[in-house]
Design a protein around this ligand. Structure first.
Ligand code: SAM
Length: 279
């Protein structure tokens, strides 16, 4: 249903959440069991929500704040008027920064892990919280001016299906920004990621959250994800144009930006690379 940015709420009613299965997501099996993967990811994030912020700051040495600012600089470029969405919003760090950067705009913070949203509630009091799956957005087609997804896309059972959903809800000229740890391709970054993901992440995760398995999953999800170049290609296949990618801090994290075209969306179903299995 068409909906012009800036008019009434773009939100449509939610469907009930599905019951969860397994405790720790299996990255390699995600394409085969999309619902099982999604439920396991959701339960895992609900479980680690009490210590998520503390670990985030420690694990990134606070650099994530600068990465978020950079992501919003890219969002601000040629951004049409209308509502904004923080996709896979977690504990609302990006929502808080978006509220400060774009005051006066409607802001919807969407995540399927309710406890993550609740844990961050006080950071962005004006954001409307939406508990929903990123692959089935309860948002009207063409209703959103800009969407940001911070460290969320690699958790989706089918990232290319999520991209197509984003393209559907964005208004013509709408901007999609992805801040992510893509699978590194250059040797120094590969070495850094390997040590960090296999040693630092699970060790600190175990000490602070008591949940080494969850942090092992997070490291496997980085190594099993698309490279920055593959992701940019998948965005083009999902119909985005003007796709650009920027490395942050020597490529440890990256920002990818895509724009929803003004004309009809041209999709290339099946052309997008599937997520790689975990090694
Ligand atoms: C690593 S956290 C990132 C949170 C936040 N964006 C940030 O920058 O700190 C990933 C978030 O994505 C959410 N998520 C993963 N898959 C999702 C899906 N299919 N639909 C909605 N949220 C999802 C998780 O619940 C979690 O809160």
């Amino acid at each position: 249903m068409a909906h012009s940015p800036g008019s009434a709420s773009p939100i449509v009613p939610l469907t009930a959440a599905e019951p969860g299965v397994g405790l720790v997501p299996d990255v390699s099996a995600r394409a085969a069991t999309a619902t099982g993967h999604a439920n396991a990811v959701r339960r895992m994030f609900d479980r680690i929500s009490p210590t998520y912020d503390l670990l985030n700051r420690l694990l990134s040495f606070g650099i994530d704040r600068r990465w978020r600012t950079h992501a919003l600089d890219e969002l601000a470029r040629d951004l049409p008027e209308g509502p904004l969405v923080d996709l896979c919003a977690g504990t609302l760090d990006l929502s808080a920064a978006m509220h400060a950067r774009f005051p006066g705009r409607s802001l919807f913070s969407l995540d399927f892990a309710r406890d993550m949203l609740v844990a961050g509630r006080s950071k962005a009091a004006s954001a409307k919280l939406v508990v929903a799956d990123a692959m089935r957005l309860p948002l009207r087609s063409g209703s959103v001016a800009g969407m940001v997804c911070g460290f969320g896309m690699r958790n989706l059972a089918e990232p290319s299906a999520g991209m197509r959903e984003v393209a559907r809800v964005l208004a013509p000229g709408g901007v999609f920004i992805v801040l992510e740890f893509f699978r590194p391709t250059r040797l120094p970054t590969r070495v850094f990621h390997a040590v960090y993901a296999r040693v630092v992440l699970p060790t600190l995760g175990r000490i602070i959250s008591g949940d080494a398995e969850a942090y092992r999953y997070l490291s496997r999800s980085m190594q099993g994800f698309l490279s920055r170049e593959e992701f940019a290609g998948a965005l083009r296949d999902a119909g985005f144009e003007k796709v650009q990618a920027f490395d942050l801090t020597l490529g440890i994290a990256s920002v990818v930006r895509g724009v929803r075209p003004h004309g009809a969306l041209t999709l290339s179903p099946g052309a997008a690379p599937a997520p790689r299995g975990a090694p």
